[in-house]
Every structure is written in structure tokens, then in C-alpha cells.
Design a protein. Structure first.
Length: 465
């Protein structure tokens, strides 16, 4: 009465965890590089210099006015700004007063941003906006600082305000989409990313962001098509292959997802998470030999903190009845971790070996292993339940019940012990005593399969009466 321990939903979740962090991290890095380029490139842009030192009023209402004296002061700073932003900050800051143009605050904010001082950059962009409430470029740059600082709530409001004021800019739309994406607001994120792609079709991050939105809103076919384009442009990008694999899993085409992961494996970029996922896919498609190969490959990058994933692989092979493959996985896991394998995990492997021994008819070996585990760890519920199952199969129901009840007192194993106990009673046609055990198990955790099983036991109990 065990439920399947691996399914498409589990696999989708695991691959999303694998790639989401990497994708968002990449977007953050590129967002930072994009915003940094604003600060560093503007001082080599003749149009920008002309805007600040010449005909600054050409966007009347949206850009602050500057006096002739202020224009002259900015002209004198241009060469210094290009040579030494730190010195330019020292010279410009004393000239900023409440009565000075918001343009000065804007330039100083840019310099602080270029110098990596985000709090000061935010302070002076905010001052520029306070002095000139419709200063749309100040809103945009402030929004970019907030994105880099991880303040997405404020960034969304700030960048949206710049766009409302008419600052039509692909980067602003893209980072607005990124802000929405981090908040799991996928539909506005999609709209922003699409606008960014129209304006900056060469920027890959916006396409990746759009694909993430398509994945999260379960439009898998569209996501697959978009990743086909991205992969064509950058076939060595492992993240694209993995993201597309996620879309294939969403469509229920797990073998196509496996193909993508195999490509990443050939690149030498498949890590433990992706390889164990690959093994799970093969297990779900009745290819245990291929699953074992993938699980074994994952050992190469496994540290002692990763032992849980490898024990799980051995358990899947055991539960599915692939005993020889399971024994190989158990042996390889022991060999890989050696003395770093904890006693707890050693006992888990020993429990699996005992289960296999029982399944293969070697009861003496199984019981010896289980007794050894229980002697060393009286709270090892899994071993206690397996020992109880052995006694039940030997028609020694008194010993079996004693062990089931012992395991049920261990909180983490109570439900499993109740179900195993009930099943042992059902095999003896004792439906009446099995029913309350199943009801208690359902109280602990509802489950459709167990609910159906309990109803059948209840009908059998009524018929027996």
C-alpha cells in the first residue's frame, strides 16, 4: 500500500529548484552589469554630455532646468568625471544645495552608483525626484538601483513611474519584468518582458525571463519553442537545455526531458541534482538499468551532504524490485562515502539490504541485519517495521504486533507502522481490527489510495459480520 515515491510533479519541482536559482542569479548579474554600464558609459556619450551641459531644457516638464552657472560647472567636471569619479564626487557634492538644480543630484547619484555606493546613489536620485517630481530618468535609474539592491517592491513602483512619464526604454521594461518575476507575478512580468524584447531583441535575458513566465503559467509548448530559438543561438548553454527539459516534463514528455539532460551530461555540466533527476525519469519509464547508470554518474560529484539523494536512489531501486541493481547502488554508495558515511545512513543502507535479503528468501541474513540495527538504534522505525513484517510473514503475529506498536510510538513512523500493521491483519482476514488502524493513519495524513483501501477493508468487515 505504498504510494509512488517519484512522479512527474516531483520531477518538475526538482528541476525547477535546480534551474530557478541559477536563472534568477544570472538575470541579477546581468541586471547589475546593465545598470553599471549606465553609469560608466554615459560620460563617454556625446549626447548625454550635450544634454547636461548644453540644451538641457529640450524635455520641458520632464527634465530639470539648470542655470548657466550650473552648466559651466558641469562642463568643468566632465573630464574629471571620466578620469576619477571619486574626485568628481568630492568636488560636486559641496555644490549641491536645496536651491541647486535636480540635475546636480542626478549626476552625483550616477557617480555614487558608478562607485558602487548604492545607498548614496539612492539618496541622491530620490533628492532629484523630490526637487523635480517628473524627472523620469531619475525614476528609471533609481529603479535600477533598487533592482540591484534586491528591493523589488519599490523597484516595480519606481520603474513603472518612469514609464508612465514616458521613459520608453527596453532595459526598464526588462528589469520591471524581472521584478515581477521575483514576486511570482507572472502575467505582468510576461507583458513587461515582451515589451523589452520588442525594444531590445538582442538581449537574451528578456527572452529567458519570458520563457520562465511561460513555464510558470504552464504554457509549455510556447516555452519549448522559445528555448529552441535560444538553444540555436547558444547551444552550449546548459541552463537553456535544462529549462526546456522542465517544459517537456510539464507536457508529460519525460523522455524528451531526459534527452535534454543527457545533452547537458555530454557537455560535462550535469550535476548531482540533474543526474538523479535523470535517474528518476528512467525509473518512471521502466528503464532501471539506465536509471542506475545515471545514479552512479551522480556519485562523482556527491559530497557527504548529498548522501540523502543517493540513499533515495537505492531505495527506489529496492522498492521497484530491481534488487541486483539496488545492491550495486548500495555497494557503490558505501564505497564512495567510505568512512564519511554516517551511522544513520549506514543503517539505512543496511535496512535496504535486509529488505532485499527477505525478498530473495534469505531470511536469516535479513533478520540478523535488522536485529543489529534495532540493537544500535531503538528509534529506527523503518527497521522495526521491517522486522515486524518478517514476523507477520512467519505467522508469529504476537511478535509482529509488538514490533508494529513499538514503531507506532515513534512519531515519524507512526503512520507507516499503522498501515503496515493493518495490512498484516488484513492478510489474516482480521478486517475489524485493521479498520481503526487505517482510520488513525488517515487522520495523520489523508491519502486517496489509503482512503480507497480503508473503504474496501470496511466493506469486508461488514460482510464478515
Amino acid at each position: 500500500m505504498q504510494t509512488d515515491t517519484f512522479n512527474y510533479t516531483t520531477m518538475r519541482t526538482r528541476i525547477q529548484q535546480l534551474i530557478l536559482g541559477a536563472t534568477l542569479a544570472a538575470c541579477t548579474v546581468n541586471a547589475q552589469s546593465s545598470t553599471s554600464s549606465i553609469a560608466s558609459d554615459m560620460w563617454n556619450d556625446p549626447a548625454f554630455i550635450k544634454t547636461f551641459t548644453g540644451s538641457y531644457g529640450f524635455l520641458a516638464g520632464y527634465e530639470p532646468q539648470i542655470s548657466d552657472d550650473e552648466k559651466e560647472a558641469l562642463r568643468g567636471l566632465i573630464d574629471l568625471i571620466k578620469a576619477s569619479p571619486k574626485v568628481a564626487i568630492q568636488q560636486l557634492q559641496p555644490q549641491i544645495k536645496e536651491s541647486s538644480s535636480a540635475a546636480f543630484d542626478f549626476v552625483l547619484a550616477n557617480l555614487y552608483f558608478q562607485d558602487g555606493n548604492l545607498p548614496k546613489a539612492e539618496e541622491y536620485y530620490s533628492n532629484a525626484i523630490r526637487k523635480h517630481p517628473d524627472f523620469r530618468r531619475a525614476y528609471k535609474n533609481l529603479g535600477l538601483v533598487q533592482v540591484q539592491d534586491g528591493n523589488f517592491d519599490d523597484a516595480i513602483k519606481t520603474i513603472s513611474k518612469s514609464l508612465e512619464l514616458g521613459e520608453v526604454d527596453g532595459r526598464a521594461y526588462g528589469l520591471l519584468g524581472y521584478g515581477y518575476l521575483t514576486q511570482q507575478r507572472y502575467y505582468p512580468a510576461e507583458a513587461a518582458y515582451r515589451q523589452a524584447i520588442l525594444m531590445q531583441p538582442e538581449v537574451t535575458d528578456w527572452k529567458v525571463g519570458l520563457a520562465r513566465c511561460l513555464l510558470e503559467t504552464q504554457r509549455y509548448a510556447d516555452a519549448i519553442a522559445l528555448f529552441d530559438t535560444l538553444i540555436k543561438d547558444a547551444p552550449d548553454n546548459a541552463d537553456y537545455w535544462l529549462l526546456q527539459g522542465n517544459a517537456y516534463l510539464g507536457k508529460g514528455e519525460s523522455l524528451l526531458a531526459a534527452k535534454n539532460i543527457e545533452v547537458v551530461r555530454l557537455m560535462g555540466k550535469a550535476d548531482l541534482t540533474s543526474l538523479t533527476l535523470l535517474g528518476d525519469i528512467y525509473m518512471n519509464n521502466d528503464a532501471p538499468e539506465l536509471a542506475l547508470e545515471a545514479y552512479q554518474a551522480s556519485l562523482a560529484s556527491a559530497g557527504k551532504e548529498d548522501s540523502k539523494a543517493l540513499l533515495r536512489a537505492a531505495e527506489l531501486l529496492t522498492r521497484s524490485g530491481n534488487y541486483e541493481l539496488a545492491l550495486t547502488m548500495i555497494s557503490d554508495t558505501r564505497q564512495h562515502f567510505g568512512s564519511e558515511l554516517s551511522e544513520v545512513n549506514d543503517f539505512k543502507l543496511l535496512t535496504l539490504e535486509a529488505k532485499i535479503a527477505r525478498a530473495q528468501g534469505d531470511d536469516a541474513k535479513a533478520v540478523a541485519a535488522l536485529n543489529r540495527i534495532v540493537e544500535h538504534d531503538a528509534l529506527n522505525g523503518e527497521a522495526i517495521i521491517e522486522l515486524a513484517n518478517y514476523y507477520a510473514d512467519q505467522d508469529d503475529l504476537a511478535k509482529a504486533i509488538n514490533r508494529y506498536e513499538q514503531a507506532a510510538k515513534i512519531e515519524a513512523y507512526e503512520r507507516q507502522a499503522l498501515v503496515a500493521h493493518a495490512q498484516a491483519l488484513v492478510r489474516k482476514n482480521n478486517y475489524k481490527d485493521a479498520l481503526p488502524l487505517l482510520r488513525r493513519a488517515l487522520q495523520l495524513k489523508s491519502d486517496n489510495n489509503l482512503e480507497d483501501y480503508a473503504q474496501r477493508v470496511e466493506r469486508a468487515a461488514r460482510n464478515q459480520s
